[in-house]
Design a protein around this ligand. Structure first.
Ligand code: ATP
Ligand code: MG
Length: 373
């Protein structure tokens, strides 16, 4: 059974909202009543998040039991390796970060946040952590392996997503951001490379390297140029609004096949973002245009997601008409696209990378900096 179902099973209170009005007639859109009930469920998830935040978890997976298979992806601080647990034969994605690189790039705090957040979150559309280790040179995060590959790969292969596929993914991202924000977490790196597709066609957001607990506002410039919100570029203090902006960019890119703000140099991209200048392809219908206009909204006071109706502005938008949010959350909606995964360790949905062996040093480096890991 995959993680998605375990999450809901582990939770004492699974979500079941009334999908019908008292008179028995099916309502169009998502009602206040449904949202009220869903908020109770989110409060339960928040309690569980807070409990896990305060304690370290136990796992039977240890480093010596993991057989390295191949590299799945590389990034600024290390790589992600497909590994197999010799006792259970389960597959995991192990993110390996080099301590020295983390220090050089002043990312110790971000990495500590990444670890604690991965340990504490549990939601159907986010990855979570099985266990973590450190040795003389590296930090290791072990997560369940998501075999369908990155949304990025599928998007490039298909050129753009058919509307039902884009809508199916968009709903899950809305629910995932709603959950993270409810836990006071700002994600800050939404993009197709960080969204994985599970074997059942549902999403798992990965890479919590820039995610942090938000109290009030924050100022750090981080993320990916094409996905940065104007308030973040302008070094104004910012909050959860930056994730909804990135969601607008993702909506556009999934439906168009390319991002709304793009130039050869990041500075030029930033100019376009700050000016809020983009052009929708003629294939976008009026509902999609309206949704994107309200999400790629430079004026935060008018941006969907952070206005007084919060996430309801999305859940009730015309573009999402017909979506059963509860069915999506419980993975009961039939996925419009299911990637080919022949067996649990099938990694053919991932690009090929050079596999360099890990070489932990003979003495412990940066012990004090990584004491809390
Ligand atoms: N749980 C997972 N299952 C399968 N593949 C994964 C998983 N987590 C990450 N990956 C793969 O590894 C790639 C890199 O992981 P991630 O985005 O966490 O690191 P990163 O981009 O190096 O981090 P950073 O952006 O902090 O440099 C992902 O884009 C994805 O292809
Ligand atoms: Mg990444």
């Amino acid at each position: 059974m995959n993680k998605t179902f375990t999450v809901l099973k582990d939770t004492n209170m699974s979500f079941k909202a009334a999908s019908q009005s008292t008179s028995g007639e099916v309502r169009d859109g998502y009602t206040e009543q449904q949202q009220l009930q869903y908020t109770k469920y989110l409060k339960q998830l928040l309690n569980e998040f807070q409990e896990r935040w305060c304690k370290t978890s136990n796992s039977t997976v240890s480093y010596s039991n993991l057989e390295h298979i191949r590299t799945l992806g590389t990034g600024a601080f290390g790589r992600v390796i497909l590994v197999r647990h010799s006792n259970s034969s389960k597959y995991y994605a192990m993110k390996v970060l080099e301590k020295e690189r983390i220090i050089k790039m002043k990312q110790v705090d971000h990495t500590l946040y990444e670890k604690r957040i991965l340990e504490a979150i549990r939601f159907p559309f986010t990855v979570s952590m099985e266990t973590s280790f450190k040795d003389n040179s590296y930090i290791y995060f072990v997560m369940p392996f998501v075999p369908g590959g990155e949304m990025f790969t599928h998007l490039r292969k298909m050129s753009k997503f058919e509307e039902p596929i884009a809508k199916f993914y968009a709903c899950q991202v809305v629910l995932a951001l709603e959950y993270l924000h409810f836990c006071k977490l700002v994600y800050r790196d939404l993009k197709p490379e960080n969204i994985m597709i599970d074997k059942n066609g549902y999403l798992k957001i990965t890479d919590f390297g820039f995610c942090k607990v938000l109290q009030g506002r924050t100022w750090t410039l981080c993320g990916t140029p094409e996905y940065l919100a104007p308030e973040l570029i302008l070094s104004k203090g910012y909050g959860f609004s930056v994730d909804w902006w990135s969601f607008g960019v993702l909506l556009f890119e999934m439906n168009a096949g390319y991002p709304p703000f793009y130039a050869n140099e990041p500075m030029k991209t930033y100019e376009k973002i700050v000016a809020g200048k983009y052009r929708c392809p003629s294939s976008f219908n009026s509902d999609l245009r309206d949704l994107i206009r309200n999400t790629l909204q430079v004026d935060i006071s008018k941006r969907f997601g952070v206005m007084k109706n919060g996430v309801m502005d999305f859940k009730n938008h015309r573009w999402f008409r017909g979506i059963e949010w509860e069915a999506i959350l419980n993975c009961r909606w039939s996925a419009p696209y299911v990637p080919k995964c022949k067996h649990p360790g099938d990694s053919t949905n991932f690009d090929n990378y050079d596999d360099e062996p890990l070489r932990p040093g003979s003495y412990c480096r940066f012990e004090s900096e990584f004491l809390d890991f």
